[in-house]
Design a protein around this ligand. Structure first.
Ligand code: HEM
Length: 405
């Protein structure tokens, strides 16, 4: 864009801005003209929209100045469940956060993730088995959405189908208020808490080798976690891993349909090319649109004067298209891109995505199955995008393919 190009209307709080994927025209204008932009907020005081790569990293890596308390969503009353003095670790700062993350982090390190690969590959095959004879399906519902729910269910030590049912509850909780029946969100929270309580009771009676057992018996600073702590952990794990991986796989395939040369290049040698392709699709889709922080003190960022208490929002999708970080091809999908130091999993601070290694294996296994077994795969209708200002990805992606065995 030249400086003479008219400025697009900037509105990062409008769901319509995200109704066809991320608003890259707005992001491009902001990076060039106002990289730390004061953005008005309906029913709120406003926030700083941070759109350049280096600034996003700087905010994410400085929890002393940019706190995750009280919430990581733009509205103050979202993303932090009202649970008295109990918090999810994603809305904590160090040192509280450090102690909580340590409880579970050993299950997410590269070695643990690698050990899960055979099981994840088996699940990917099972998911594609479920559709391969049909010749058509919804890529979001029937393929991409199942994998993360199955994997987290396995990790927690609950039945696979329960993982899918619980994930649907998180969708109800996150749906735009106008799109769900009155009371539905509260009902879903109660159902989720009720399920989590039963898991807590069962695991304390019959401990297993799973993550839920570990959390049910855990303590931080010699203080045992209680049922509410357990519930919050449980919901965070179901939630954080669910729609992100789904949106990456479905959004990634949507991007490949729009770039048939890239799709053909990848399909010709999945073994040799998937590793860089997965990283590029993460950069391209950036399923998490933003994370919010709150300034703990007055601070300056790229010339913007921030005041203690103001909201500061990191736009990962924008940082991932920043020409200063990715060069003149930042706006091109290049599945061979290397290096590719994207920020789809965060900019590297204490909250850097816990599930990043597992997510990569899930995405790799699923794309491998889809590309090798669903022959002549093509869209069978328009892609419908989630109109969410927080999570980016397709809601429905109808596809057809040659039925196989
Ligand atoms: C494509 C898939 C995924 C993407 C793009 C993604 C992205 C992110 C991002 C941007 C954050 C916040 C980073 C920050 O604030 O610095 C995050 C945090 C988190 N993610 Fe992921 N994620 C994905 C998959 C997963 C999976 C599969 C799991 C679990 C199995 C998971 C569990 C978590 C947890 C627990 C946190 C909070 C970590 C903390 O507060 O310390 N994520 N993720």
């Amino acid at each position: 864009m030249t400086s003479a190009a008219p400025a697009p209307t900037i509105d990062l709080t409008a769901p319509e801005s995200f109704a066809r994927g991320q608003p890259h025209d707005q992001f491009r204008w902001l990076r060039t003209h106002d990289p730390v932009h004061w953005h008005p907020e309906p029913d709120g005081p406003g926030f700083w929209a941070v759109t350049r790569y280096q600034d996003v990293k700087a905010v994410g890596r400085d929890p002393g100045t940019f706190s995750s308390v009280p919430t990581i969503m733009i509205p103050d009353n979202e993303g932090a469940l009202d649970a008295g003095d109990h918090q999810m670790m994603i809305t904590m700062d160090p040192p509280d956060h450090t102690g909580h993350r340590k409880l579970v982090s050993s299950q997410f390190i590269p070695r643990a993730a690698k050990a899960m690969r055979p099981r994840i590959e088996q699940l990917a095959a099972q998911i594609v088995d479920g559709v391969v004879e049909r010749g058509e399906c919804d890529l979001v519902e029937d393929i991409a959405g199942l994998m993360p729910s199955y994997v987290i269910a396995d990790m927690l030590g609950i039945p696979l189908e329960d993982g899918v049912a619980l994930y649907r509850l998180t969708e109800t909780i996150h749906a735009a208020p106008e799109s769900r029946p009155p009371g539905a969100a509260l009902g879903a929270v109660l159902e989720m808490f009720n399920y989590a309580r039963q898991v807590w009771e069962r695991k304390r009676e019959e401990p297993g080798g799973d993550l839920a057992t570990r959390i049910a018996f855990a303590s931080v600073d010699d203080k045992g976690l209680d049922l509410i702590d357990f519930n919050l952990f449980f919901i965070l794990l179901i939630d954080a891993g669910g729609d992100t991986t789904r949106n990456l796989v479905a959004g990634g395939l949507d991007a490949l349909f729009q770039h048939p040369d890239q799709l053909a290049w990848l399909a010709a040698d999945c073994d040799g090319r998937l590793a860089t392709a997965v990283e590029e699709l993460l950069r391209w889709i950036s399923p998490v649109v933003y994370m919010r922080r709150t300034a703990t003190r007055d601070a300056s960022l790229a010339g913007a004067a921030m005041v203690a208490g103001q909201k500061v929002v990191m736009y990962y999708g924008s940082a991932n298209r920043d020409e200063e970080a990715f060069g003149p091809t930042a706006d091109q999908l290049d599945l061979a891109r290397s290096p590719n130091d994207h920020v789809a999993f965060g900019g590297g601070g204490p909250h850097f995505c816990l599930g990043a290694h597992i997510a990569r294996i899930e995405i790799d296994a699923l794309l491998r199955q889809v590309l090798s077994r669903l022959r002549e795969l093509e869209p069978a209708g328009p892609t419908e995008w989630l109109a969410s200002t927080f999570i980016s990805g397709p809601k429905h992606l109808p596809v057809r393919f040659r039925p196989g065995a």
